[in-house]
Design a protein around this ligand. Structure first.
Ligand SMILES: N[C@@H](CCC[C@H](N)C(=O)O)C(=O)O
Length: 275
C-alpha cells in the first residue's frame, strides 16, 4: 500500500483512507492490514478504506473496505461519509451536489453539505435471507440459541449483514457477553455485525454495535441504518429516527419498503500520515 494516508472518523468510528486512484486494482494483505490497525503497534483504525477508479462507469469513484482484522466488507456507512468529505477536500467532487460512489456491494449516492456533514442515499434495506446471508427462511424476528439463552433479533443487509437485538437497557451485562458470540454465530455463515438497540421513543434509538472483523466500535453507520430499518419494519420506529451511538448521533430516514434509506451525519479529518 502507498505510504501516505489520511486518518478520519465518523462519530468515533475511525478510518485510514488511502488514495489508490492512480494505482492498479489490488487486494491488501490481511495480515498487513491487521498490523496497521493495531492501536499499540500500528496506526490504529476500525477500517481501512481505499479510494479507487470506478468499475461501474455510472459512478465517479469506487471505495474498498477492510476491517481491523483484514477481512473485507461490502459497505461502511460512516466510511462513505468520510470518503465523500475526502473527495470534496481534494476538489474531486462539489458541495451540495449528488455524486454516485461505488461500494463493493453496489452504488450509493452522497451529497456533501456544509459544516462537515454528509447525506447518503444508502439504497433499500434488504431483508431477504440470501442478502444477509442467513441459513434459514425469512421471518421478521429470528431466534437462535446464543451462549446458553435464546436470543431474538431482526436481520437485514445494508450491503453488509446486520442482526439487531432489542434490549430494555444497553447497560445490561448480557450485551457485552452476547455481542462477540452472535457476531460469529453459525446461523450467519459470513459473520454478522450485531447491534443492540434500546428504543427510547418512535424517533430515538440508543445503539451499541459489535462489528464483524473490528469488535465494539464507537459507532457503526450501517448498524444505525439497520437498527432504524428493523425498528420501522416491526412498527417500533417512525420514518425519521435519531440513532444515538457512543460516539455521536446519526439521523436515519426510511419511509418503508420500496424506498431507499437516507443517513445524515458528520465526517471529520484527524491527521495526515506516512508509513
Ligand atoms: N463501521 C462500518 C461497518 C464496517 C464493516 C463491517 N464491520 C462489516 O464487516 O460488514 C459502518 O459505519 O457501517
Amino acid at each position: 500500500m502507498p505510504s501516505r494516508f489520511t486518518k478520519m472518523h465518523g462519530i468515533g468510528n475511525d478510518f485510514v483512507i488511502v488514495d489508490w486512484r492512480e494505482d492498479a486494482p489490488r487486494v491488501p494483505n490481511a495480515e498487513r492490514v491487521a498490523a496497521l490497525a493495531d492501536r499499540h503497534t500500528g496506526i490504529g483504525f476500525d477500517q481501512l478504506i481505499s479510494i479507487e477508479p470506478p468499475r461501474d462507469p455510472s459512478c465517479a469513484f469506487y471505495y474498498g473496505i477492510w476491517n481491523a482484522d483484514g477481512s473485507p466488507s461490502g459497505q461502511c456507512g460512516n466510511g462513505v461519509r468520510c470518503v465523500a468529505a475526502w473527495l470534496y477536500r481534494d476538489g474531486a467532487i462539489e458541495r451540495d451536489t449528488d455524486v454516485r460512489l461505488e461500494s463493493p456491494s453496489g452504488p450509493v449516492t452522497v451529497r456533501v453539505l456544509g459544516e462537515g456533514r454528509v447525506v447518503v442515499d444508502m439504497g433499500e434495506p434488504d431483508f431477504t435471507p440470501a442478502a444477509i446471508p442467513l441459513d434459514r427462511p425469512l421471518h421478521a424476528i429470528y431466534t437462535a440459541p446464543v451462549g446458553g439463552e435464546d436470543v431474538s433479533f431482526g436481520a437485514v443487509s445494508m450491503g453488509n449483514p446486520h442482526a439487531v437485538v432489542f434490549v430494555d437497557d444497553l447497560a445490561d451485562p448480557r450485551v457485552d457477553r452476547l455481542g462477540p458470540l452472535l457476531t460469529v454465530h453459525p446461523v450467519f455463515p459470513e459473520g454478522v455485525n450485531v447491534g443492540f438497540a434500546q428504543r427510547l421513543g418512535p424517533n430515538h434509538i440508543r445503539l451499541r454495535v459489535h462489528e464483524r472483523g473490528s469488535g465494539w466500535t464507537r459507532a457503526c453507520g450501517t448498524g444505525a441504518c439497520a437498527a432504524a430499518a428493523v425498528a420501522h419494519a416491526l412498527g417500533l420506529a417512525a420514518s425519521i429516527v435519531d440513532v444515538e451511538l457512543p460516539g455521536g448521533t446519526l439521523t436515519i430516514e426510511w419511509q418503508g419498503p420500496g424506498h431507499t434509506l437516507w443517513m445524515i451525519g458528520p465526517a471529520a479529518f484527524v491527521f495526515e500520515g506516512e508509513v
